[in-house]
Design a protein around this ligand. Structure first.
Ligand SMILES: [Zn+2]
Length: 361
């Protein structure tokens, strides 16, 4: 009973956070939502210089930083042409082709403005060109404006961000789809972990941090980790599974629905090589509590853990991720059972952190 109740709540939270918009550098909406949701479960809450939200649950014992990034990949207006079409740069790592024909929301100074990403129609393309990918430079945002002045009157200015206009939808078998599961999934895990830990005394001091600008260089994690100087840290994020057509087990051995992913190394070791004590702590906790998990060795992306573990004299750091199909696209897919298992793993790990780590000054 309790489990399905939890799952329903988790889904509602995920829906709320993925339907909201916050491109890197413009995380205000997400931060406000996070503050509202996490506030009942922590002792103090504050925003730092960069815009990170730092929520603290005080306790005697090791200090743990849990980091989930608030930002999502998006676009930024670089130029409004004479006819009122918006030219843009990408903020974060898009596969350009997924942007074609998408609806977007441009975040103007007078509020959100709907638009679409247009390009030359196939009718007017030469046979050869139809087989080629459309270049980003040939795409533009059409908000229906008559000309530049009209666009400006609608509140659009250079530097306005735009994000994908997609809402959360449930698929079969506990799977769900939306934009921005990367990393609103991590934000939801952060909230649920703090909620469950709020019910009893914990032998640890926990910093739950919603970080900014992860997708453009792991920036908020870097400054917040420096300021907090925790005894250990975990990044909560999403990662690439290999369980759909066009990708093989050799590309990724991970699967959706098989439990949270404990990173052993990412970006072929150039990002994070997980601290052995963190790895031992997470693996033993999963085994002892019969929580399903997968071990991840990646050759591609990194997470906030990459910048956190190199802070000051070094911080033992790990990453726990949710396997997410079509990551960095408008139609990301994950399995909600993985969220529940991930929350359980983090809660249990924090409850027995004293067996693995000491508080140090
Ligand atoms: Zn991410």
């Amino acid at each position: 009973m309790e489990k399905s109740g939890n799952l329903k709540e988790i889904k509602l939270l995920l829906e709320k956070f993925t339907n909201a918009h916050g491109v890197s550098g413009s995380e205000d909406n997400i931060r406000d939502l996070l503050e509202m949701e996490i506030e009942p479960y922590v002792d103090t809450i504050r925003k730092d210089v960069m815009g990170n939200l730092i929520a603290t649950k005080k306790g005697e014992g090791p200090s743990i930083m849990l980091a989930a990034h608030m930002d999502e990949i998006g676009l930024m207006v670089k130029y409004i042409d004479d006819n009122g079409f918006l030219r843009f740069v990408e903020i974060g790592g898009w596969f350009d082709q997924t942007l074609l024909s998408q609806r977007v929301i441009v975040h103007g100074k007078k509020g959100p403005i709907p638009g679409v990403i247009g390009s030359k129609p196939p009718h007017l393309m030469k046979e050869d060109d139809r087989k080629k990918p459309v270049k980003l430079d040939d795409m533009f945002i059409d908000i229906g404006a008559k000309d530049r002045e009209d666009a400006e009157n609608l509140g659009i200015e250079i530097g306005a961000t735009a994000s994908i206009d997609r809402v959360f939808v449930s698929l079969a078998n506990g799977k769900v789809t939306s934009k921005a599961f990367d990393d609103r999934a991590g934000i939801v895990i952060l909230i649920e972990v703090m909620k469950r830990l709020s019910k009893h005394k914990i032998e640890a001091n926990i910093y739950a941090v919603g970080t900014v600008q992860e997708e453009v260089g792991l920036k908020g994690a870097k400054t917040s980790a420096f300021g907090l100087a925790p005894n250990l840290a975990l990044a909560l994020d999403t990662t690439v599974p290999g369980d759909y057509p066009g990708i093989s087990k050799n590309d990724s051995s991970l699967e959706t629905g098989k439990g949270p992913v404990i990173t052993v190394a990412d970006a072929s070791g150039r990002g994070l090589i997980t601290h052995p004590q963190v790895l031992k702590w997470l693996k033993e906790t999963a085994v002892e509590n019969k929580i399903p998990y997968q071990l991840g060795v990646g050759s591609g992306g990194t997470t906030d853990a990459t910048s956190i573990h190199l802070t000051k004299e070094g911080i033992p750091t790990g990453t726990v991720s949710i396997a997410t199909r079509y990551i960095h696209s408008p139609v990301e897919v994950l399995d909600t059972a993985d969220l529940e298992a991930c929350i359980s793993l983090i809660v249990k790990a924090i409850e027995n952190v004293g067996r693995y780590f000491e508080a140090s000054s």
